[in-house]
Design a binder for this molecule. Structure first.
Ligand SMILES: *Cc1c(COP(=O)(O)O)cnc(C)c1O
Length: 366
């Protein structure tokens, strides 16, 4: 039986050639031409002035918070329906995440519910472009302006996605990306911080390299960090960017087939795309509705018996021990999380396989 995983990186371009170049030239650490090339090319995808390559997406979030001097006692608003790294990064700096439920039509943070959660300790909002769908940023940025809050995009899942024509990474004060093996651009492990602000970029570059003085070697005026990306990782990233338009188009095409086949089913809700959004469809997701004859885990089990791997949605963070709050507080996130399945979504997925997955889902959920 053919096995279909949820994700498989497509590293079939110049990745091997560029990595070989690093090995042969000896530039395997964080100095080397691929790091700056990757940064420059990624900045231009996002349409921002600065991109800073980092070890992974979690440290990108951590560094964004550090660079903005968010610390003990501060509060950062975010949705509970996200990967745990969003909240963990806030904890690393001694601040606290404050949850705001998601909007049922975008599955991302509901701007209308933000203001009631703002306190005198609130410093920032962290919108998460879940599974590639951009957050409704205009109302969110309006609230941030009014209350003098910083906006940090968690764009780890939304490379290339667009909000009213502008690309993620350019929609707030600073943004964070991940290049983990299953992300739409991968470097194995890797991350990026993007910003238009010279001041934030300078601070982030300083802190990610042990706080070393730009002009005075081994002079460290503050406690800094080693959050650097290696030239080896960046070499993979440069090769990925060469093929990113192709990968992005293919992923949107795959989402198109899933949607066409599954959208009309009365028992399933498919991943949204708001009129103002261009979803990058990192994952192709469905939610089983209440009238579905079988439950989420049974459907996953049956698909698995046919060799089709799937993932459940993230647990809402307020269910997890470090972030525990009462159940029922964020009902939309809870409903989506309980019924949500991520389907195979990698760019190399064949049309026939997508159709086979859809045939099975249609058969099983009717
Ligand atoms: C992948 C991901 C991260 C973290 O990225 P890593 O590179 O794995 O550290 C952060 N936030 C979200 C929403 C993610 O999906």
């Amino acid at each position: 039986m053919k096995l279909i995983p949820v994700y498989m990186p497509d590293v079939s371009g110049n990745e091997l050639e560029y990595v070989t170049d690093c090995i042969q030239s000896g530039w395997i650490s964080s100095l080397g031409k691929y790091v700056s090339r990757f940064e420059g090319e990624f900045a231009s995808i996002c349409g921002v002035k600065h991109a800073i390559a980092l070890a992974n997406g979690t440290v990108a979030l951590h560094l964004a918070l550090l660079s903005l001097d968010i610390g003990p006692g501060d509060e950062v608003i975010m949705p509970p329906l996200t990967f745990v790294a969003t909240a963990n990064a806030v904890k690393y700096v001694g601040a606290n995440p404050v949850f705001v439920d998601v909007d049922p039509t975008t599955w991302t943070i509901d701007p209308e519910k933000i203001e009631s959660k703002i306190s005198s300790n609130t410093r920032a909002i962290m919108p998460v472009h879940l599974f590639g769908h951009p957050v409704d940023m205009d109302p969110l940025n309006g609230i941030a302006d009014k209350h003098d809050l910083i906006v940090i995009e968690d764009a780890a899942e939304a490379h290339g996605a667009k909000y009213k024509g502008k690309t993620t990474g350019s929609l707030g004060d600073v943004a964070c990306f991940s290049f983990y093996g299953n992300k739409a651009i991968t470097t194995g492990e890797g991350g990026m911080l993007t910003t238009d602000s010279d001041q934030i970029a300078e601070r982030a570059r300083f802190l990610k390299d042990h706080g070393m003085d730009k002009d005075r070697h081994y002079w460290h005026s503050e406690v800094g960090y080693n959050f650097r990306m290696t030239n080896l990782q960046a070499a993979v990233g440069v090769a990925q960017i060469e093929r990113f338009p192709e990968i992005y188009t293919r992923k949107r095409y795959i989402a198109g087939i899933y949607k066409e086949r599954l959208m009309e089913l009365p028992t399933i809700e498919v991943q949204p795309e708001a009129s103002w959004a261009e979803n990058s469809y990192w994952m192709n997701s469905i939610i089983l509705k209440e009238n579905c004859p079988l439950d989420r885990d049974t459907l996953r089990e049956k698909l698995s018996q046919h060799g089709i791997d799937t993932r459940p949605f993230f647990y809402p963070l307020h269910f997890l021990p470090p972030y525990k709050e009462l159940e029922g507080k964020y009902p939309v996130s809870e409903r989506l999380a309980a019924g949500g399945i991520n389907l195979p979504s990698y760019p190399g997925l064949a049309d026939d396989d997508i159709n086979r997955i859809c045939d099975l889902i249609i058969e099983l959920t009717n």
